[in-house]
Design a protein around this ligand. Structure first.
Ligand code: ATP
Length: 489
């Protein structure tokens, strides 16, 4: 049973230290969130799982970490300065400002590929305000979503030579380093480059907790292939691999679905995009409104490498880039051919993955007293804490000492905490609610038999285990690699 809605997760996340509204003591900052002690661990575990799966388990992907602020020319030639914008409309009735293409009635029904006049539809009253339902909306106008900043202490606010942007995607940092990585790591096509990091978009309508925020984290990978590959098929293969990865994180396949992005909605660089959607809104009665994008897998062609290259030309033979000092083409020794590699890009969001994982792990269970308890059935690899060591009597120094010693001994092997801040029932309930797979209880008997009780989060079954066997016992049950790495493409 996943969470019934996002609000259930918002309150659990705040109550238990996963995610807090940002800048709360100053009234908050629209749709900004801070990750607390458990949230940061969960995010790190998601990122580590992804990195291990792509960069370590496979042999054809390298990792990098590029700057967040890049030369402005990167965004000129990537097309973001000219085209990274969303359509914006205002409601004349309730004064809300919204992203037009997310509104009911914006796209004509039926033939979704055909071009259409959005303003004609807005004026005809076919598009509805998401807030009040009115159709009295302004024409749409385009709004560039890149955050602007100025570089250098002396720069005037409006000095164009000092203008820079916070990156709206991590991908461009990969493209501009394509040759650096390929030559230093002596890579041949195909190979991939992965990067995890913050991206920034001045979203018109952020919202729904950590689903859409202006500052977020991406896990992007650019997989470089030959121009004559079957690119659409490669998109399908990566989609399948990612669905398996999400399932390995504990997400139920019934809450995932694929969405082929219609041609007219494709980003400027994409020839084909398939989104993996998650059921973030199970409470909505209409099935088709329950889904939102978890990640996208795009075929970006050779668009980016060509755009950043000094020698690439357009159909008329004109250079496409007057500023680049290098050519990002690849020379294939085996065929003696030079080409611009084509790219398949799986782009996932850390925050949307974390939200999907939390929603899917949420469950409730009734105890013998008829009380309902929340259990967060997180996959053990993602659980912020793997084992909580609890003393049955906190006023008994020998028991407390033994529990603390067990915590210290386990820590190098797995993330463990010591907790004596309540009665044992409360402590169990708290660990269940934050997804800790095992509670280890030290009692009076432990002082004599050198054994502890290991309690399982999901079944509440208890087992007596010798302290000397504890680390191995827990490790076996946690299985450090529970996700079988899918076969390489
Ligand atoms: P959407 O249309 O939902 O805003 P997008 O199609 O613009 O998303 P991409 O450019 O494909 O998103 O970015 C890849 C991934 O990065 C998304 O699938 C999502 O997981 C994440 N992402 C993008 N924008 C945001 C955001 N504003 N907040 C949180 N995550 C985001």
């Amino acid at each position: 049973m996943p969470a019934p809605n996002i609000d259930t997760i918002v309150s659990l996340a705040k109550r238990r230290g996963f995610v807090f509204p940002s800048s709360e003591i100053y009234g908050g900052l629209g749709s900004a969130w801070d990750y607390g002690p458990l949230g940061v661990e969960l995010c790190n575990n998601v990122k580590q799982s992804w990195w291990r799966w792509l960069v370590y388990d496979r042999d054809d992907i390298e990792g990098i970490d590029s700057s967040i602020i890049l030369n402005r020319l990167v965004w000129k030639y990537s097309g973001h300065e000219a085209t990274f914008h969303d359509p914006l409309v205002d409601c004349r009735e309730c004064k809300s400002r919204m992203r037009a293409d997310k509104l009911e009635g914006y796209f004509p029904e039926g033939n979704t590929q055909a071009a259409f006049d959005a303003n004609a539809r807005l004026r005809a009253g076919l598009v509805k305000c998401a807030n009040c339902g009115s159709t009295n909306l302004t024409d749409e106008r385009y709004f560039n979503m890149m955050f602007r900043t100025t570089l250098g202490a002396a720069a005037a606010e409006d000095d164009p030579s000092a203008l820079a942007y916070l990156r709206p995607e991590t991908a461009q940092g990969i493209f501009i380093n394509f040759l650096n990585v390929q030559t230093t790591m002596r890579r041949k096509i195909p190979f991939g480059i992965a990067q995890v990091g913050k991206s920034f978009r001045n979203e018109i309508t952020p919202g729904n907790f950590i689903l859409r925020t202006r500052e977020f984290e991406q896990m992007e990978m650019e997989y470089f292939v030959k121009p004559d590959e079957e690119h659409f098929k490669l998109v399908d293969e990566w989609v399948e691999l990612y669905v398996e990865w999400f399932k390995g994180l504990g997400i139920d396949a019934a809450n995932l679905k694929l969405h082929e992005v219609p041609e007219k909605e494709l980003a400027h660089y994409s020839k084909r995009t398939v989104d993996i959607m998650y059921r973030y809104f199970p409470e909505r009665p209409e099935e088709e409104r329950q889904w939102e994008e978890l990640m996208g897998i795009a075929y970006r062609t050779d668009f980016d490498l060509r755009s950043h290259s000094s020698k690439a030309t357009d159909a008329e033979g004109n250079r496409v880039n007057a500023d680049s000092t290098d050519d990002l083409s690849f020379f294939d020794e085996s065929t003696k051919q030079r080409f611009y590699p084509h790219v398949i890009e799986p782009a996932a969001g850390v925050n949307r993955t974390v939200l999907a994982v939390l929603m899917d792990a949420y469950s409730e269970k009734t105890n013998d007293k008829g009380e309902t308890r929340v259990i967060l059935k997180l996959s053990p690899q993602l659980a912020p804490i793997k084992a909580a060591i609890l003393p049955l009597a906190k006023n008994k120094p020998e028991i407390v000492g033994m529990a603390k010693a067990i915590k210290r001994a386990l820590q190098p092997v797995l993330r463990a905490v010591y907790d004596d801040t309540g009665g044992i029932g409360k402590l169990y309930a708290r660990q269940d609610e934050i997804g800790t797979p095992f509670c280890v209880t030290v009692d009076h008997q432990s002082l004599e038999d050198e054994a502890v009780t290991v309690r399982d989060r999901d079944t509440w079954e208890q087992e007596r285990v010798k302290v000397s066997d504890l680390a191995e016992h827990l490790q076996k049950r946690l299985k450090p690699y529970p996700v079988t790495p899918p076969e390489p493409v």
